[in-house]
Design a binder for this molecule. Structure first.
Ligand code: GLN
Length: 189
């Protein structure tokens, strides 16, 4: 399995380590030429969505990646990555790929609770550690979006077809369940 990991900014290296440990080959997507190949899966890492969104346009990679996501490439999007996928951002006029029919709120936990750790049940895979860093949450989701996890009533993990969107950073914890679930989605696709 070959996974393309968006590597223009943010926490991509930790995803790479996770996927390599599961036996995947990782390709860092840094420039347009990196897209001249087939990937079985795509990871959109955490970081700063505004910076990533701007770089995707400046580097002319936006349309190609959007098309792959729409065509159903298994996509794992964490934190800023979730913001890039969301159809709407409630506290920002911008939107990016808009392939995931949810409304997210950026930096939704405020300054006091900018970063925190918890554990919660994720549908289908059990208890998962969750590290939140200036995280968004999903304010609302269309009916066809499957809610995979909530923390204190707020949606923090969703699945829509082959797209998984997470508020938290599974690449920063020891647990591999999320990446295993994603690996299986790639195998099934
Ligand atoms: N606050 C960031 C944003 O709005 C996301 C934070 C993260 O990816 N850890 O893009």
């Amino acid at each position: 399995m070959k996974v393309g990991i968006l590597a223009v900014q943010g926490a991509f290296i930790e995803h790479e380590h996770k996927m390599q440990a599961l036996g995947a080959t990782c390709v860092e997507i840094r420039k347009k030429e990196d897209l001249n190949q087939h990937f079985d899966g795509l990871i959109l890492p955490g970081g700063e969505s505004t910076v990533q969104g701007k770089l995707l346009n400046d580097l002319d990679m936006f349309a190609d990646l959007k098309k792959r996501i729409q065509q159903g490439i298994p996509t794992l999007a964490t934190c800023a990555g979730l913001i890039l996928l969301a159809e709407h951002i409630s506290n920002d006029d911008k939107a990016y790929f808009q392939t995931l029919p949810v409304t997210v709120k950026r930096n939704a936990y405020g300054r006091q609770l900018g970063s925190f750790y918890t554990e919660e049940e994720v549908k289908g895979i059990g208890q998962v550690p969750m590290t939140f860093i200036r995280a968004p949450y999903v304010e609302s989701a269309e009916d066809e979006v499957e809610v995979l996890a909530k923390v204190e009533e707020k949606i923090v993990a969703v699945r829509y077809g082959t797209q998984i969107g997470l508020s938290f950073h599974p690449e920063l914890d020891e647990n591999n369940k999320i990446h295993e679930m994603f690996y299986q989605m790639m195998e099934a696709a």
